[in-house]
Ligand binder design. Structure first.
Ligand code: FUL
Length: 492
């Protein structure tokens, strides 16, 4: 007689356990999706968020009115009597710039700090009777304003007699690297230019030794070169990335200084096994160094550059060269301020914030924490919309609708991926009121589409993801109005 009773008891217990299990499943907060490798490092993420970095080319070329010094310049010509690095930092601060990179040594070999390994430096200059140190003043001024610093140390040295004697020269270069990275702390980026003397192409630079030493001395630094290892060159000096631009690439296919890699580094590689995002270097003026006869680019040119660099998943490295007095010229400072203010004007208002945002599905359902509202907050890395992974049709989309049947007025579309979990999207399409207007490839940290033609007045915008390496994870979207672009059209 005890048997049926026991079976019944067992049955009830199992039912209760199952019920408990399903309740606890329901109560579980869904976990974030797995990343798609490769991933950025912490320092690369910090770098990406800077968006614009300031480059400063300064040295004997500033005084000899040249771009590539011969190395035979007398150090006495270097005399910036009104040098004021606080003014440099102030200009950067006003432009919302958080990192400044200075040419501690350019191809002419003249050093802006008192290196103990050469006399061809500020020591032999007229400036401050040879007692000055531009790099130190630069670091102090930037640090005072909470701006980070970076250093450019040209491997090509047209002055030093050791250049061309591989062992001797590489030791000399490495000694200067150590000197700089020991003396000036918290350097956030170091710039290795691949240029070589055209008549001495067989000269070897021991990049592996140099990079190893750099990381040993300052591990959170980002090393820039044609081939990284942390930041890659974009392949041109116009500040323009490829329309398709992956932060991923195969480093083994790259060699520093090779002219054959420029198109590969311009676009990156969806199959790349290394996270190596691109930096777009360009000067605010025609030359890298200051020349009296030159003037800054127009605001519209700078905005074009912004859309082609920051708007294509890259960081813009904009050169603003100090003049012979040792100051950033008034017209450059003014243009830079205008540039920042234009960017703020364009992106200050996000029309999507006052619209309805609908999505194809959301991970973990309504309360899962991966809803469309995450695309409208200020966290552009770790707060993101994630669709369900089990969507059979793989049909992932976002729609932005004007409220109360109102129309959306914009001419710029912004989309950002949650790159902390990898760069995923390979193909997407954008429709305005059902009409296809954009067929896009990569997105990455930030993708900006400035629309051709006049301003759009639409009921809804649909972004459809066609192909991706995993489910799309979108950290931010925006519809913006660029009045500077609009003004290029004759109003009707
Ligand atoms: C180039 C150099 O030759 C230019 O003078 C400049 O420094 C630019 C940023 O990199 O390779």
């Amino acid at each position: 007689m005890t048997r049926p009773c026991f079976t019944f008891f067992l049955f009830i217990t199992i039912l209760l356990q199952l019920n408990k299990f399903s309740i606890s499943l329901l109560e579980q907060v869904p976990s974030p999706p797995l990343p798609i490798l490769p991933l950025p490092t912490y320092s690369q993420l910090k770098w990406q968020q800077r968006e614009i970095i300031m480059f400063l080319h300064f040295g004997v070329n500033t005084f000899s009115n040249s771009e590539w010094g011969t190395g035979h310049e007398s150090p006495s010509i270097f005399n910036p009597i009104g040098l004021n690095t606080t003014q440099w930092a102030h200009v950067a601060e006003e432009a919302g710039i958080s990192l400044m990179i200075l040419t501690a040594k350019h191809h002419d070999g003249f050093c802006l700090w008192p290196s103990k390994y050469t006399k061809h430096s500020v020591i032999s200059s007229t400036w401050q009777n040879g007692k000055g140190d531009v790099v130190q003043e630069f670091v102090n001024a930037a640090t005072d304003k909470g701006i980070d610093v970076g250093i450019y140390l040209s491997p090509w040295d047209r002055h030093d007699s050791r250049y061309g004697h591989d062992l001797l020269y590489n030791e000399y270069y490495l000694a200067q690297l150590q000197e700089l990275l020991k003396k000036y702390e918290n350097v956030r980026e170091i710039w290795f230019d691949g240029a070589k003397d055209p008549s001495a192409q067989n000269v070897s630079y021991y990049f592996t030794d140099w990079f190893g030493m750099v990381k040993e001395l300052q591990s959170s630094i980002n090393i820039f070169s044609d081939a990284g290892p942390d930041v890659r060159w974009v392949g041109d000096e116009d500040g323009a990335a490829g329309d398709t631009c992956w932060s991923t690439i195969n480093r083994t296919s790259l060699s520093i200084g090779s002219p054959n890699i420029t198109s590969y580094i311009n676009t990156g590689d969806p199959r790349g096994t290394d996270w190596l995002p691109a930096e777009c270097d360009v000067s605010i003026r025609p030359g890298w160094f200051w020349h009296k006869s030159e003037s800054p680019k127009k605001l519209s040119e700078l905005l074009d550059i912004y859309y082609k660099s920051v708007g294509r998943n890259c960081v813009l490295l904009l050169n603003v060269p100090p003049n012979t007095t040792g100051l950033i010229s008034e017209n450059d400072a003014h243009r830079l301020k205008e540039f920042r203010s234009a960017i703020n004007t364009i992106f200050y208002q996000n029309i999507a914030e006052s619209s309805y945002v609908k999505v194809s599905s959301q991970r973990g359902g309504k309360e899962g924490g991966f809803g469309p509202e995450n695309m409208l907050d200020s966290d552009h890395l770790w707060s993101y919309w994630a669709p369900k992974e089990d969507n059979k049709e793989n049909d992932h989309w976002i729609e932005i609708w004007g409220k109360d049947d109102g129309r959306l007025r914009f001419n710029v579309i912004r989309i950002q991926e949650a790159i902390g979990l990898g760069q995923r999207i390979q193909r997407y399409e954008i429709y305005v009121d059902g009409k296809g207007i954009i067929k896009g490839t990569t997105i990455g940290y930030k993708r900006l589409h400035r629309l051709d033609g006049d301003v759009v007045h639409a009921h809804f915008v649909r972004i459809k993801f066609i192909e991706a390496k995993g489910v799309p994870l979108i950290s931010s979207i925006g519809l913006h109005f660029d009045p500077f672009w609009h003004s290029r059209f004759t109003p009707t």
